[in-house]
Design a protein around this ligand. Structure first.
Ligand code: URA
Length: 243
């Protein structure tokens, strides 16, 4: 079993910075399996050794799963020299787990973004072989017609010659500004925008509302997030064959 330094474990579980945690250990506030810990370098086995801070057990967890309603104006990465990144929206407690967004939404795209530190799940959700459905609500500058549904169903040839996989297009309103839902299984750069551009149509608003079985919680305002429920985590893992 993998051992970890006591101060690192406590800090990762959101109890304070490494310096603060060292001080707490030296002040006699920390016990491991009921025995007073005196050294920040002491090795513990996460999830097995019982670590208490001021008598309160610090429960170990390895993975976190958050649903974020991404706002416009932020990029989907962990750091960027020029832009605001979605991870900045999280409280320090969550940042301690070193989470990252699963895939990318454009800076001006809103909606469902899964944030986790579970690399295996992220990898599987993004794997082209798994073909996980992603559904977007979009507003289109132009009239979307039934013939576009047919074209999306066949796969759309993008401007660089790439033929997308078949996609499902549902027209909600067909007017000068049309509203649609589109479901794709790939995640090519600007894919939805380029699929409409191939038909001379411009996406003026884009929001992801579903990823596989995970549906954006409509209680989440822009920039808000919440933990996935155990049920949501289970359903997601089953979708990609992890459990
Ligand atoms: N397709 C796009 O064009 N942009 C996104 O952010 C996601 C899908």
């Amino acid at each position: 079993m993998k051992k970890e330094r006591l101060d690192k474990l406590l800090s990762n579980m959101g109890t304070g910075s490494r310096t603060q945690v060292k001080d707490m250990i030296k002040s006699g506030f920390v016990t491991v399996n009921g025995v007073l810990a005196t050294s920040p370098e002491a090795k513990v086995v996460p999830g097995v050794d019982r670590v208490c801070l001021k008598g309160r057990e610090i429960k170990y967890r390895e993975f976190i799963y958050l649903m974020l309603n991404k706002p416009q104006g932020m990029v989907s990465s962990t750091d960027d020299p020029r832009e605001s990144v979605v991870i900045e929206l999280l409280d320090d407690y969550w940042k301690g787990f070193r989470p990252f967004p699963v895939g990318r939404l454009d800076k001006d795209t809103e909606g469902l973004l899964l944030i986790t530190n579970d690399g295996q799940l992220a990898h599987l959700l993004l794997s082209p072989r798994k073909g996980v459905d992603k559904t977007y609500y979009a507003e289109i500058d132009g009239v979307v017609l039934p013939e576009h549904i047919e074209s999306f169903r066949k796969g759309v040839q993008l401007e660089d010659g790439y033929l997308t996989l078949p996609a499902e297009l549902e027209i909600e309103r067909s007017e000068l500004i049309s509203t649609v839902q589109v479901t794709i299984q790939e995640g090519k750069y600007h894919q939805v925008k380029r699929m409409f551009a191939a038909h001379g149509l411009r996406v003026v608003y884009l929001k992801r509302i579903r990823m596989g079985p995970l549906v954006l919680d409509n209680q989440l305002g822009e920039g808000e997030y919440r933990e996935l429920t155990d049920n949501e985590i289970g359903v997601l893992k089953r979708e990609v064959g992890m459990v």
